[in-house]
Design a protein around this ligand. Structure first.
Ligand code: GAP
Length: 512
């Protein structure tokens, strides 16, 4: 059985062994922070996409989806601020030769102080019967001191980041006496800005005029198409444009498996609203997106909001939905009130009007935007890591099971003839041929049935249908439930409706 520390390692190993995620170009020893999705991973990913796409576009009749190109005119990134401001502050430790994000080193100190506060709170809560947390954290001398430190650090970090003052960042690292977790030394280089965009050349001439970028977010493809969609779709504000697609960032610290990659996928939606109404819609989308996540059934306690203190250059309010990943609570989705920053900037740089004529108010304006942006790969990791369970069974044996929510599982049902003879395979194939139009099926006749069940548990197949001799007599089969391991006998005629009902993404959507 894995403890917390090696659980993540086991999840990563399992993902590779069972065809979910492979290191990219592994035969050449891989490529840092780039991964390929295998046969089961691709199915899981597609199902997550479907859950998101249907939620956005089917359940909201004022949201439409598009698919913009990855390459965009280079001025796009000048207008959006990415050429000048899409930087991370980086710092190297001279002894370990490791590179870090300076802001993350500083945030690590804040996290430790927050943990100390929580420990004081827990201790006190045990001591006093009618414990008043709010009162305690404002009066306990130690907690007040920790909080003051946090506030000071946050204020300095915000200032330094806001002003792009790398010397102030370095001073903060020195003042907080931050040591490299690997070498243990404080032998840091200066902090430098590092632009995260990948660039390449378009056409045959490699000069600066041909330099283009691989998009670092899908959002800009939506902004530049705002009027195209609004006009051709006769959209009325408020309305949204959704998109799923690849994004690329030359991350400084790209560790932790598929959590932080250099090539990844985003599922983004820009919701265009009347100026002044953005906070109402910001709250609306915070709530809706949280419900979408929680409906998956991975445990409501594994999600929380985290308000941004250091706002991105385009936002007037922003928060993350954080998920309890194996390495702790981290950002899963961002919800940002982006004001009219992007449309205004594109209007200025393109010289084209990007305004909406509001027939109710009889006026033109540049809409404000509330954005929801979730990383598909992070969603994948959240589902995979929380589904992964190492179980000790009553008979003393162990199994690894992926309790993936049935509608997202790569295969919904495995069809297993008990034996490879007596007409059982033919009967099983006939059942599969009937089910395969509605459900992704897996057919297997090799090995003992117990072994086959374990293999299906390991790839998260929620149901196994076993065809035995009784099937030939009375047209019934057994359905084995992955999670309870209980078996029930059902009529073949009732099989499809039962399985479709349990595995349907549409049914999941109905619960939101
Ligand atoms: N358009 C807004 C935007 O891109 P972001 O917070 O930078 O905002 C949104 O990214 C989401 O994209 C994040 O919440 C995360 O899920 C995902 N994401 C960002 N960088 C990533 C990376 N390097 N690898 C995997 N996912 C990433």
């Amino acid at each position: 059985m894995a403890n917390e520390d090696n659980l993540f390692k086991n999840v990563i190993a399992h993902a590779k062994e069972y065809g979910f995620v492979f290191p990219s170009s592994e035969i050449y020893d891989g490529l840092s922070a780039v991964y390929d999705y295998g046969q089961n991973g691709a199915e899981l990913k597609n199902n997550i996409k479907e859950y998101w796409w249907k939620f956005m576009t089917l359940l909201h009749d004022n949201i439409v989806g598009i698919d913009a190109a990855i390459f965009m005119h280079p001025t796009t990134w000048k207008a959006s601020g990415h050429v000048d401001a899409f930087n991370d502050p980086m710092v190297d430790n001279r002894d370990s030769k490791k590179r870090y994000r300076a802001d993350q080193l500083i945030e690590g100190v804040i996290e430790k102080l927050e943990e100390k506060i929580e420990k004081e709170v827990e201790k006190a809560a045990k001591r006093f019967e009618n414990f008043d947390r709010a009162m305690f954290v404002t009066t306990n001398a130690r907690v007040v001191e920790y909080q003051k430190k946090i506030d000071d650090i946050n204020a300095r970090l915000k200032d330094a980041m806001g002003n792009g003052d790398m010397a102030a960042m370095k001073q903060l690292i020195d003042d907080l006496e931050i040591a490299d977790p690997i070498s243990g030394t404080k032998n840091w280089t200066d902090v430098r800005q590092f632009n995260l965009m990948f660039s390449t050349e378009i056409g045959s001439l490699a000069d600066d005029a041909n330099k283009i970028y691989l998009r670092p977010e899908t959002a800009q493809g939506i902004f530049v198409n705002f009027l195209n969609v609004q006009k051709t779709g006769r959209m009325k504000i408020p309305f949204g444009i959704a998109q799923i697609g690849k994004a690329f960032r030359n991350e400084i610290v790209a560790r932790q498996f598929i959590f932080r990659m250099r090539e990844f996928e985003q599922m983004e939606m820009q919701f265009f609203v009347k100026p002044g109404e953005e906070m109402k819609w910001y709250e609306y989308w915070k709530d809706k997106r949280m419900k979408w996540h929680q409906t998956l059934g991975l445990g409501s306690e594994n999600y929380r909001y985290h308000d941004h203190l250091n706002l991105a250059h385009y936002a007037n309010a922003a928060c993350d939905i954080q998920f309890n990943f194996p390495m702790g609570f981290r950002e899963l989705e961002g919800i940002h009130s982006r004001t009219d920053f992007d449309l205004k900037a594109h209007e200025k740089h393109s010289g084209k009007k990007l305004q909406y004529f509001d027939t109710e108010d009889n006026q033109n304006y540049i809409p404000y935007v509330v954005e929801t942006s979730v990383g598909l790969d992070r969603m994948f990791l959240s589902v995979l890591s929380k589904s992964y369970v190492e179980e000790k069974l009553e008979d003393g044996s162990e199994r690894v099971v992926l309790r993936i929510p049935a509608p997202l599982a790569p295969h919904k049902v495995a069809i297993l003839p008990l034996m490879k003879k007596d007409g059982l395979p033919e009967k099983a194939e006939a059942i599969m041929n009937d089910l395969k139009y509605d459900l992704r099926c897996f057919y297997e006749e090799k090995d003992a049935i117990g072994k086959r069940y374990r293999r299906q548990d390991a790839i998260g197949t929620p149901y196994c249908v076993t065809v035995d001799h009784q099937t030939l007599e009375d047209d019934t089969v057994t359905i084995r439930d992955r999670d309870t391991m209980k078996q029930e006998r059902v009529k073949i005629a009732e099989l499809k409706a039962k399985l479709v009902d349990a595995c349907s993404i549409n049914n999941l959507l109905r619960k939101i």
